[in-house]
Write a protein that binds this ligand. Sequence first.
Ligand SMILES: Nc1ncnc2c1ncn2[C@@H]1O[C@H](COP(=O)(O)OP(=O)(O)OP(=O)(O)O)[C@@H](O)[C@H]1O
Ligand SMILES: [Mg+2]
Length: 253
Amino acid sequence: MVEKTTAEYFFELSEVRTSFGEKEILRGVNLRIPTGKTTVILGGSGAGKSVLLKHLNGLIRPGSGKIFAAGEEIQSMPEPALLGVRKRIGILFQDGALFDSLTVGENVAFPLLEQGWKDRSEIDAAVATALEKVGLPGEERKMPSKLSGGMRKRASLARAMIFHPECLLCDEPTAGLDPILSETISHLIRSLVTERKATAVVVTHDLGAMKIMADHVIFLRDGKVRFSGDLEALAAAKDDGIQKFLNATGGRG
Ligand SMILES: Nc1ncnc2c1ncn2[C@@H]1O[C@H](COP(=O)(O)OP(=O)(O)OP(=O)(O)O)[C@@H](O)[C@H]1O
Ligand SMILES: [Mg+2]
């Protein structure tokens, strides 16, 4: 059982169980996410990867079990206190989740406003820098509906990173992108994360992206962690389901 989180691990989950109605999605998840490294979460569609990711910043609460995030026990932390934890964690949602009625600049500025930033020129400067970093310089005034899929991912990434979080959660950052853009985004996340020695958790199906980003890999199946280790150990894993997964998508890796 996890008693407390150490600086060595940014997240620690112990016996986490979560159901929606009758359906148990997480069935006793135990895992540790190392601080300052990038952990990739793999698993088939519907395995519960997005659900798991949302437990890490308290957007979904477990039915039972313990979750430590950034040194705090969060599974039953009241919402106002959780906001303090969320200030340390940026998130890129699977669908990008840009607000369609706001401009790109307003979307990217959103976390800063949530965190109480008031000075317009400071906000504008931070937005301009964030957009530049993701290769979208000067796109503040565009509406999200005018962006391509790749541009939406980049804008979402700028929004997730704008406050320089200690930790970045990314759900399928390369899904739906062509192979070249997928590689570009993977390198971008890798460099943004390593530059700041941040912790990252990336959910992906994309084995090429995994190879670029992962220091550590977790494989989820049937609501449990079936593997946790580095890329070398993953390649040598004896689990049939894991090897099937790696070989089925290996052509793209
Ligand atoms: N808010 C919710 N209410 C009810 N069921 C949900 C909810 N969110 C997820 N689920 C269910 O939980 C299961 C796991 O969903 P999840 O989105 O985590 O899968 P995933 O591993 O991310 O899949 P994909 O690779 O397709 O994104 C699915 O059966 C889904 O229908
Ligand atoms: Mg998902």
